[in-house]
Design a protein around this ligand. Structure first.
Ligand code: HEM
Length: 355
């Protein structure tokens, strides 16, 4: 491991002694929220975050030909290799009926099938997930803050949690940076989920180095600029586009090159290092919004820890996600009385294979 002039080391995690209790508190609050929504709602237990999907689509994840040796790591080790991918596009809110016209983050979760190698979780043995949102940084600096944030979100009932950003009269306690991140996410105008860039926000291992990753729409995608007032306009825009056209994304990585300015533990700080293209995501024309396809999408489980050892998630937010995503996915599958199983490429392609 390379050592920096400062006290932090590249690629190294710095867990805090109190984080286990913060993770327990977040897990407990999240489970309560899922149970509460299930009781008062339509008796379908949904994800506590990113509850509404615009759909899952079938794509191809093609590793760049002629990658330099330093980038031939994990799923990227074989240049030119093609993986089938199931890609879920979503709104960030835990409210599945919030109209798309309201400001929100937007998610893109990519699941690769038939990935060989040592996996970090037991529940999915052959998949690799890349989970992203349409902003480069996360609005929470550490897990203690996340506990306060979550409590404020519940109290705010779907509005911006001002109590978290401005807790009391002491200006020194105001969280201006977090407020700016939240409002810039809310204000983004999205014409189509296939037209915007997504980022991992949090860091991951890339062999013995650390990276963040991003999916950027290719310059060839051409979108109608109109935004309708429909509550589901994002799904409708995807359906319309994929009737006749292919969408593609460049999949990019950036290395951590300075441990102080590009920290592992604080994901609210944007890393400033060049991005390198390591794969292309191709989404061919298709239809993806039948009731069976939507149900398949609902019952999937994405988890940043569904990954090869070489791509291990790093930093506090990711350490919390290991336990929480697993717990919430278990809970919603139990409440919905559906099996929580690893999807396989054959069943996915049978359902999503044709136009
Ligand atoms: C401590 C931090 C975080 C917590 C506690 C948290 C919690 C959750 C939970 C409970 C789910 C639903 C899991 C399921 O039922 O399958 C979820 C989904 C999701 N989260 Fe997070 N999250 C955190 C950070 C992040 C970050 C930093 C990102 C940025 C990429 C992110 C992006 C997503 C996306 C895109 C989904 C939807 C995945 C899908 O399509 O199924 N989350 N999150």
């Amino acid at each position: 491991m390379q050592t920096q002039k400062g006290k932090l080391e590249l690629g190294r995690e710095y867990p805090t002694p109190d984080e286990e209790s913060a993770i327990q508190a977040i897990e407990q609050m999240t489970r309560q929220q899922v149970e509460h929504n299930y009781q008062v709602g339509e008796r379908l237990a949904r994800r506590d975050a990113h509850a509404k999907h615009h759909g899952c689509v079938k794509g191809e994840f093609i590793i760049e030909p002629n990658l330099p040796e330093e980038m031939k790591v994990g799923v990227f080790k074989e240049s030119g290799k093609k993986f089938t991918a199931c890609i879920r596009f979503s709104n960030a809110s835990g409210n599945a009926v919030k109209p798309d016209t309201k400001g929100d983050g937007r998610g893109m979760a990519v699941k690769l099938f038939d990935v060989e190698g040592e996996k970090l979780l037991e529940d999915e043995k052959k998949t690799q997930d890349f989970v992203m949102v349409n902003h480069p940084v996360f609005l929470i600096r550490n897990l203690q803050d996340y506990v306060e944030f979550f409590a404020a979100i519940i109290a705010a009932k779907g509005s911006l949690p001002f109590k978290f950003f401005f807790p009391g009269l002491n200006l020194l306690n105001w969280r201006w940076q977090e407020f700016m991140i939240a409002t810039s996410i809310q204000r983004k105008k999205v014409i189509n989920p296939l037209a915007i860039q997504y980022w991992s926000m949090t860091p991951y291992k890339f062999g013995d180095r650390a990276i963040k990753f991003s999916a950027k729409p290719s310059a060839n995608n051409i979108f109608d600029k109109k935004i309708s007032n429909s509550p589901n306009y994002l799904r409708e825009a995807m359906v319309e586009y994929l009737k006749s056209q292919e969408a593609s994304f460049d999949f990019l990585i950036q290395f951590q090159t300075d441990a102080e300015r590009m920290p592992i533990e604080d994901s609210s700080i944007e890393w400033k290092s060049p991005f390198h293209k390591v794969a292309t995501i191709k989404i061919p024309p298709q239809s993806f919004d039948s009731p069976e396809q939507m149900e398949f999408c609902e019952n999937l489980s994405y988890n940043p820890w569904h990954c090869l050892q070489e791509h291990q998630p790093l930093g506090g937010a990711n350490r919390a996600r290991k336990q929480i995503y697993e717990s919430i996915s278990q809970l919603r599958h139990e409440l919905n009385n559906v099996p929580k199983v690893e999807p396989n490429e054959e069943e996915f392609s049978a359902l999503f294979g044709s136009k």
